[in-house]
Design a protein around this ligand. Structure first.
Ligand SMILES: CCCCCCCCCCCC/C=C/CC(=O)SCCNC(=O)CCNC(=O)[C@H](O)C(C)(C)COP(=O)(O)OP(=O)(O)OC[C@H]1O[C@@H](n2cnc3c(N)ncnc32)[C@H](O)[C@@H]1OP(=O)(O)O
Length: 287
């Protein structure tokens, strides 16, 4: 077992055990020199059995293919490790994630874009369909894809003065069906439609009002503590029956998304490569 110091973790260091992923990755095809273990950190609290999955791609945790792959692998680890629960968070003090890396989308290579989407789909199935309890400790701004992952979790605590939402409409991106289903599993259909068609980024107060988050936290450690308290609610509930019930609630969405993977991929590629979206990406990057 590889034991390492987790320099900026918000939780009790002494209780933290870093899982070594090198052995797990040994048999997988790694096509680049990217250190996936560093892009997403996975730690397990020996006392309560909760895994912390920490996005670690400064400066803003933007999702490129490599970060998406690292998240996918981290979720595999959590599943394999039989964790009692999982908290998704970020290492960056005031940012959870900025969403997709615009450099991944601008003048994108179609093959890489398809792979990016395919790994994103995998992450959705692993997170949305997980049987263990999940919580997002949103320690800062979280527009776009990071919000999507937080919404896949069962509980969200967000620090005050952060913004959360899916801003795709502002960039000329039509919102894919899995995103719509995921948001609709948390707030009403009407609020989902309004939020997504206006590309609203909610303040913490407004996010709480509409039900996008469950709690407002004073800072990152408070957000983390609130997530742990949420996971504690299940400590006396038999995990197998709990997991089965959660899966049953989410089953219909998952079946529909699974049946339409190819169509969703084609639509995503079309949406990203459309000239309107490409000009917004160019403007963002100052091209
Ligand atoms: C089966 C399931 C299928 C899957 C279902 C679908 C799920 C999809 C969900 C998403 C759907 C909607 C689609 C969205 C596409 C996107 O995600 S596009 C990205 C959208 N994000 C944004 O518009 C946020 C833009 N960024 C910001 O608002 C700010 O950066 C910030 C508030 C996050 C942080 O502000 P601050 O701390 O002041 O830092 P900055 O100086 O702004 O940034 C630092 C540095 O980072 C660069 N940067 C920021 N964001 C991005 C990005 N997204 N991509 C690439 N680079 C980014 C920024 O330019 C700065 O760079 P320099 O230092 O100037 O070089």
């Amino acid at each position: 077992m590889l034991l390492r110091q987790f320099t900026r973790a918000p939780n009790n260091m002494n209780l933290i055990r870093r899982i070594a992923t090198n052995a797990i990755l040994k048999n997988q095809t790694v096509t680049t020199n990217i250190d996936y273990n560093q892009l997403v950190l996975v730690d397990v609290n020996d006392k309560n059995g909760y895994a912390t999955v920490t996005l670690n791609r400064p400066p803003v945790n933007s999702f490129n293919l490599e970060l998406m792959m690292a998240l996918s692998r981290a979720l595999d680890q959590v599943e394999r490790n039989n964790s009692r629960g999982m908290i998704l968070t970020s290492i960056i003090p005031n940012i959870f994630s900025t969403g997709f890396d615009i450099r991944e989308l601008y003048q994108a290579d179609e093959r890489r874009l398809r792979e990016f989407w395919s790994v994103l789909q995998d992450c959705w199935f692993k997170l949305y369909g997980s049987t263990y309890p999940t919580a997002a400790s949103i320690n800062g701004h979280n527009p776009a894809a990071g919000c999507f992952f937080a919404l896949c979790c069962e509980y969200r605590a967000m620090v005050r003065n952060s913004k959360l939402g899916i801003s795709g409409a502002r960039l000329g991106i039509s919102i894919p069906l899995p995103m719509i289903y995921t948001m609709r599993s948390v707030i009403s259909t009407r609020q989902t439609e309004l939020a997504l068609t206006t590309g609203t980024l909610f303040t913490s107060d407004d996010a709480l009002k509409v039900g996008l988050i469950d709690d407002i936290a004073t800072d990152r450690s408070d957000a983390f503590a609130k997530c742990e308290a949420f996971l504690d609610r299940f400590k006396d509930i038999p995990p197998v029956s709990r997991g089965y019930t959660k899966r049953s609630v989410r089953q219909k969405d998952m079946e529909e998304i699974a049946a339409n993977r190819q169509r969703d991929t084609d639509e995503f590629v079309r949406a990203v490569l459309n000239p309107e979206a490409q000009s917004s990406f160019a403007a963002f990057l100052g091209k």
